[in-house]
Design a protein around this ligand. Structure first.
Ligand SMILES: [Fe+2]
Ligand SMILES: [Fe+2]
Length: 482
């Protein structure tokens, strides 16, 4: 009873599985970070028990912090891969080594802010903030004590970059960020540090002129480091499978060759895709999901139909149906399954990110190809239902589940009578969604009952828009300009 109650309230998402070897390597890197960040505490002579104890405390503190960082990143990105966790901790490792080598010459701003930008772009703001807090708290060299004002400026700038980095939707905005943050840091350092005649660190730099010169060159270095980071973000995207907002929007460009091909070679599928984008976007907005992700995923979900466009009803425009000529339900079912397999091949060839490629098999899940299964039964073929189901997997995220529901409702809504009432439209939507739920297609999607209710409402709103568009406006010869 308790299990059923919990399942009906808050769906429990299966955590992503990371292999044991990956876990071991991640753990070893964390230990390495802790050693690098604390070993200098042991280089005191004479060494007594109190020193060893304080080293052990620092070591454990850093190890636990890196563990918390990984947990935060998993919480923010339920689909995070081990490669992406490697990226987060490797950046931390590189930072700690850089601090050891260059902490007395380079401003901490230039060391911490660029990696924070990469993490916020690829893994989100919360992960970036967690990373920044660890990166700015642990300094391997106990002799270097950062000026309090500089520490404050570092935290403010890094937090701004982390928060904005997760939301920025274009490369142009990234460029603006990489110019305004260094300018802001220069002005704040000049006001808070330069005027006090204080150096950036408490070692040998007491001169006012030098301090100002340092501030300027440090801010310049920060700007250059951020610009280089932006240049290299696309490389990080492909190596670590990061999916930044800018990349999503680039992929959603309808001038992309694959989408252009879809519009030219399979115009019916392209129209179907555009309508699904509208349905899915509205539903995702209602439940607070990732709108950019679903818009791009929807655009590519049926690209596999390019392998044989005229085998799909939406591209046939009244001409002959090749399935009738074939007259073999099993082969027809294979053609339908091929739109998923070929779609995945297109995704690989065009280097689509995994999160986008997931929409291709998951939008069909393990749905039954009812029409051809029925035909097979009519022909008295002794055939297993298995051959008339898509190979799956069923939707593993809310976004892919919404796309499956939108895909199911699209044709029905398009075909619906223009005079149909809202209640009739809602009934049609509910029936289609209920059949998917009953078939177990949404079991892994993490959608709650409340969210499914909101999705139905969203689809209804889009239907109202479609109906409105189809109403012919009365026009006269003299009044056709407005
Ligand atoms: Fe499809
Ligand atoms: Fe579709």
């Amino acid at each position: 009873m308790f299990y059923l109650w919990r399942r009906s309230q808050v769906p429990v998402k299966q955590p992503i599985k990371i292999s044991r070897i990956d876990n071991l390597i991640i753990f070893l890197v964390c230990i390495l970070i802790s050693i690098i960040s604390s070993y200098k505490l042991l280089l005191i002579s004479p060494l007594n028990i109190a020193d060893i104890f304080s080293w052990f405390l620092t070591f454990t503190e850093i190890l636990i912090s890196t563990g918390v960082l990984i947990l935060v990143s998993k919480k923010e990105n339920p689909t995070i891969s081990s490669r992406q966790i490697f990226l987060i901790i490797t950046l931390l490792l590189v930072l700690q080594v850089t601090k050891l080598a260059l902490a007395s010459t380079i401003s901490p701003l230039s060391m911490i802010i660029p990696p924070a930008l990469i993490i916020s772009q690829g893994m989100g703001s919360i992960t970036a903030l967690a990373w920044v807090s660890i990166a700015s708290l642990f300094w391997p060299d106990p002799d270097i004590i950062i000026n309090n004002n500089l520490f404050f400026i570092l935290l403010v700038c890094a937090s701004i970059v982390s928060l904005l980095g997760g939301r920025i939707r274009s490369r142009a905005q990234l460029l603006q960020l990489s110019i305004f943050v260094p300018i802001g840091s220069f002005l704040s350092q000049w006001i808070l540090i330069g005027k006090d005649k204080m150096s950036l660190f408490n070692i040998n730099k007491q001169d006012f002129v030098f301090a100002n010169g340092d501030i300027f060159s440090d801010s310049l270095l920060l700007a250059i480091a951020m610009l280089f980071t932006i240049l290299f973000i696309p490389i990080f995207e492909s190596i670590f499978g990061l999916l930044t907002k800018a990349r999503l929007l680039e992929l959603a460009d309808k001038e992309k060759p694959l989408i252009r091909r879809l519009s030219l070679e399979a115009p019916g599928t392209f129209e179907h895709t555009l309508l699904i984008c509208g349905l899915a976007e509205e539903a995702t907005r209602m439940i607070g999901g990732d709108i950019d992700l679903i818009k791009t995923g929807a655009l590519y979900h049926d690209v596999g139909k390019l392998h044989a466009p005229n085998w799909f009803i939406e591209n046939q425009d009244g001409s002959k149906n090749p399935h009738d000529e074939l007259d073999d339900p099993i082969r027809s079912a294979e053609v339908l399954q091929a739109h998923v397999d070929e779609g995945l091949k297109f995704a690989r060839k065009n280097r689509l990110p995994k999160l986008i490629a997931n929409f291709i098999p998951e939008h069909q899940g393990t749905l039954k190809m009812g029409y051809f299964f029925q035909k097979a039964k009519e022909k008295n073929l002794d055939i297993n239902e298995y051959y008339f189901r898509y190979k799956g997997p069923i939707p593993q995220s809310k976004e892919t589940a919404i796309l499956m529901l939108a895909d199911g409702c699209e044709a029905a809504l398009r075909a619906m009578n223009i005079n149909a009432s809202d209640k009739e439209a809602l009934n049609t939507i509910s029936n289609i969604i209920y059949s998917r739920i009953k078939d177990g297609q949404l079991d892994d999607s993490n959608l709650s009952k409340g969210e499914i209710f909101l999705i139905k409402r969203a689809f209804l709103n889009v239907w109202k828009r479609i109906r409105h568009r189809r109403i012919q406006y009365p026009t006269s010869k003299n009044n056709t300009f407005s």
